[in-house]
Design a protein around this ligand. Structure first.
Ligand SMILES: *Cc1c(COP(=O)(O)O)cnc(C)c1O
Length: 375
């Protein structure tokens, strides 16, 4: 059986966790949290990175930092994971969905402006499959209307747009280290902060609304409750696991990219014959091989292909019921304009097995099987 995903274990995780046990500092913000944050800061150039318990929580922190209030609106794609919307809806905001571009499955930047109302507070682009949204256009619109930008870069670690790491372009960027992502800590994430002015408040929100971070740095002699906040910091055990993976980030990247490129090469003839569509990577984007998907003719063909592949012991998945059609989305959101592509394209998309260590022979087997289905 070829699994759809196998969580990465790259070596070094056990040793780092043993080190934490030895150090007897197991709660958050110890040696490994610091090492992970510094790694991300150095790699991306962001002003500050705070490790969090998930990407969902990093996005919730961004919503708190933007002081999102009931009645506010945020603009996001409908084709995304629930967390992109939930973080803001939890604060009482309305999710305003815009259609996606069929080529990248990212929010269509040309539809954002007409979705803006006097209540709009932020734009939340999602970099689907680690392929960047059209960020220059999005940042220009945000500037023009004085809106904030929160990047859902859950899938975007090590990807860039015009050379700039995803998650560092908007005011805030959110990474996921869930076990389904390229680099993992089981459950976890990070908040990337662009403006130094936001760092202090972010630290407070993450530490239960206290100024404990300043206390630990010796800047104040006792800590206290200074603002509403929550508990968004992961334990050192998780951070130690993550640091081992960050140290091998390039190896993980290279391995996944090799599989991605091989899929592309082997399936290209099917695209040329008009049987399937392959992912499109805009010229200004460098992606991270987070996902390899194909698009079938329609939902019926996708269902048939999934069954066929399953019979040949290959596990494939699709995802994201468009949020505007989900029960909570109908209640907490609205679609701006017409759903030209969101539903139609999401029904055609199929994700192929993709993980660190997948290997050429498995990729060949999957590609052969898809070819056999179509001939
Ligand atoms: C995985 C994912 C999330 C959620 O990440 P968690 O770390 O599990 O909270 C959010 N948005 C997108 C686009 C994702 O792919």
């Amino acid at each position: 059986m070829i699994s759809f995903n196998v969580p990465p274990v790259v070596g070094g995780e056990k040793e780092n966790i043993a080190d934490v046990l030895q150090l007897r500092k197991i709660s958050g913000d110890g040696k490994y949290t610091k090492l992970c944050s510094e790694w991300i800061e150095k790699k991306t150039g962001t002003a500050r990175t705070l490790l969090t318990t998930s990407c969902t929580h990093a996005t919730e922190m961004a919503a708190l930092l933007l002081d999102i209030q009931p009645g506010d609106e945020i603009i996001l794609p409908s084709y995304t994971f629930v967390s992109t919307a939930n973080a803001f809806v939890l604060r009482g905001a309305t999710a305003v969905f815009v259609d996606i571009r069929p080529d990248t499955m990212n929010m269509d930047e040309t539809l954002i402006e007409e979705a803006i109302t006097p209540k709009t507070k932020a734009i939340v682009p999602v970099h689907y499959a680690g392929v960047s949204c059209e960020m220059d256009t999005i940042m220009n619109i945000a500037d023009k209307y004085n809106l904030k930008v929160v990047e859902d870069a859950a899938q975007g670690i090590m990807s860039t747009y015009k050379g700039r790491p995803l998650g560092t372009i908007g005011d805030f960027g959110c990474y996921s280290f869930h076990e389904t992502k390229n680099i993992s800590m089981g459950e976890g994430g990070a908040l990337l902060i662009k403006n130094t002015a936001d760092i202090g408040q972010a630290e407070i929100i993450r530490e239960k609304g206290t100024n404990r971070s300043r206390f630990f740095r010796g800047e104040i002699d006792k800590y206290t409750w200074v603002a509403p906040g929550s508990s968004y910091l992961p334990s050192e055990l998780n951070a130690a696991f993550l640091y081992a993976q960050l140290c091998k980030a390039q190896e993980i990247y290279d391995d996944r990219m090799k599989s991605w490129n091989l899929y592309y090469e082997l399936l290209k003839p099917l695209q040329q014959d008009g049987k399937i569509e392959l992912p499109f990577i805009p010229q200004e984007c460098v992606h991270n091989a987070h996902m390899f998907y194909i698009k079938t003719k329609d939902i019926a063909q996708r269902t048939a292909l999934i069954t066929y592949l399953k019979k040949h012991e290959i596990s494939t998945v699709f995802h994201y019921v468009p949020l505007h059609t989900a029960p909570a989305g109908e209640k907490c959101g609205r679609f701006s304009g017409e759903d030209k592509y969101t539903t139609k394209e999401s029904e055609r998309l199929l994700r192929l097995p993709m993980y660190y260590g997948l290997g050429d022979s498995n990729v060949e087997k999957v590609a052969e099987c898809i070819k056999a289905f179509y001939c």
